[in-house]
Design a protein around this ligand. Structure first.
Ligand SMILES: [Mn+2]
Length: 354
């Protein structure tokens, strides 16, 4: 199985010959298991899926190439036995997920076996998407696009941000999504200067900037998009800020291709915003990877050293936020194609005045 080969290659680079993983995303990615409890242990030749009686039948159907092991209590002994049975000497683990308590109990039960934190390698596991993953992400983006078109008819002065959030979620679920990929950010008027202003009971006023950042989950895969509109007629300052962000977003998009670092793409947008005089008002990274998790590798930010490769999926989402005035963010979801970006988000980006 391709994914098992890939993880074994990653393990080699950190001197490990096995791994225990149970974060929901890595568990699903490596085993195919969609339930909520289960432990993946991969050795040089074997792979095991340990779960309790509630899930053994499901695991047997979903986890191809895995030995299904039913655990009783104490769980930790079943894990330790499997690690020993697979002759793992250097066991990688998810240091960004495993609790200290779990780490200590496992270590106690596998004495002599070295435990190696995945650290940065953790982000490498799911960083390149296969065709099926790309299809799921594209579908999740398509549902979000439909929801955006739908919501434009719904928005009018007097409607609360929370109502917009609820309507988006309802619409996306009605159209095949299993849920939001995160709590929608619906920020209007002065609230739009808060990059992560989740929906409140504030009602939309005429003349408000309205930032909507949302996405859904389809077959386990996330989408993420942002559009900012003006409810009513935009004033000159709103238009000016919007145009700068749009220019930064479009220019950065053109630089999303194999061989370029996340940092370089971020710089393209950041330079445009800084030169326009708003460098201090763009206080977050340009984008992030998206897949089974809403935020994953690679990062497009001043710290993004990872070189982009074909079939990574990232967001391009510059913004300008001015306290007391409001904010603008525009975000597309994009796959890194062989020669440039493949943009999943199809919603228009010209300023919409409702
Ligand atoms: Mn995003």
């Amino acid at each position: 199985m391709e994914r098992l080969d890939r993880i074994r290659d990653i393990l080699k680079t950190i001197g490990a010959d096995g791994i225990i993983t149970y974060s929901p995303e890595n568990r699903r990615y490596l085993s195919g298991f969609t339930g909520t409890t289960g432990y993946v242990i991969i050795g040089k030749k074997q792979a095991g899926f340990i779960t309790d009686f509630r899930y053994t039948e499901q695991a047997a159907k979903q986890c191809k190439g895995y030995e299904i092991i039913k655990n009783e209590n104490p769980l930790i002994e079943y894990l330790a036995d499997t690690i020993k049975k697979y002759h793992i000497n250097n066991l990688a683990f998810e240091d960004d997920y495993m609790t200290v308590d779990f780490y200590e109990r496992l270590k106690e039960n596998i004495n002599g076996i070295k435990m190696i934190p995945l650290k940065e390698s953790s982000g490498e596991i799911r960083i390149i998407k296969d065709d099926e993953e790309l299809k799921n992400i594209a579908k999740a983006a398509e549902i979000a696009d439909l929801a955006f078109t739908h919501i434009l008819d719904y928005i009018k002065p007097g409607v609360a941000e929370l109502d917009i959030a609820l309507e988006l979620e309802y619409f996306m679920k009605k159209n095949g999504a299993s849920g939001n990929s995160f709590e929608p950010i619906i920020a209007s008027g002065q609230r739009s200067s808060m990059p992560h202003g989740v929906a409140s009971d504030k009602k939309i006023n005429n003349g408000d900037l309205l930032t909507m950042d949302f996405g859904c989950v389809y077959n386990g895969y996330c989408s993420d998009m942002t559009r900012t509109i003006v409810v009513g007629k935009a004033n000159e300052e709103q238009k000016k800020i919007y145009d700068i962000v749009l220019k930064a977003q479009n220019e950065a998009l053109l630089h999303i291709k194999p061989g370029v670092s996340g940092k370089d793409v971020d710089k393209v947008a950041r330079d445009i915003i800084s030169e326009a005089g708003f460098g201090d008002n763009f206080g977050h990274g340009l984008g992030h990877g998206v897949g089974l998790a809403i935020h994953e590798e690679p990062r497009l930010s001043p710290l993004g050293n990872r070189i982009l490769e074909k079939n990574m999926v990232v967001t391009d989402e510059p913004g300008i936020y001015i306290p007391g005035f409001g904010g603008v963010r525009i975000e597309d979801l994009v796959a890194v194609g062989e020669n440039g970006p493949i943009v999943f988000s199809k919603s228009p980006k010209e300023l919409i005045e409702l």
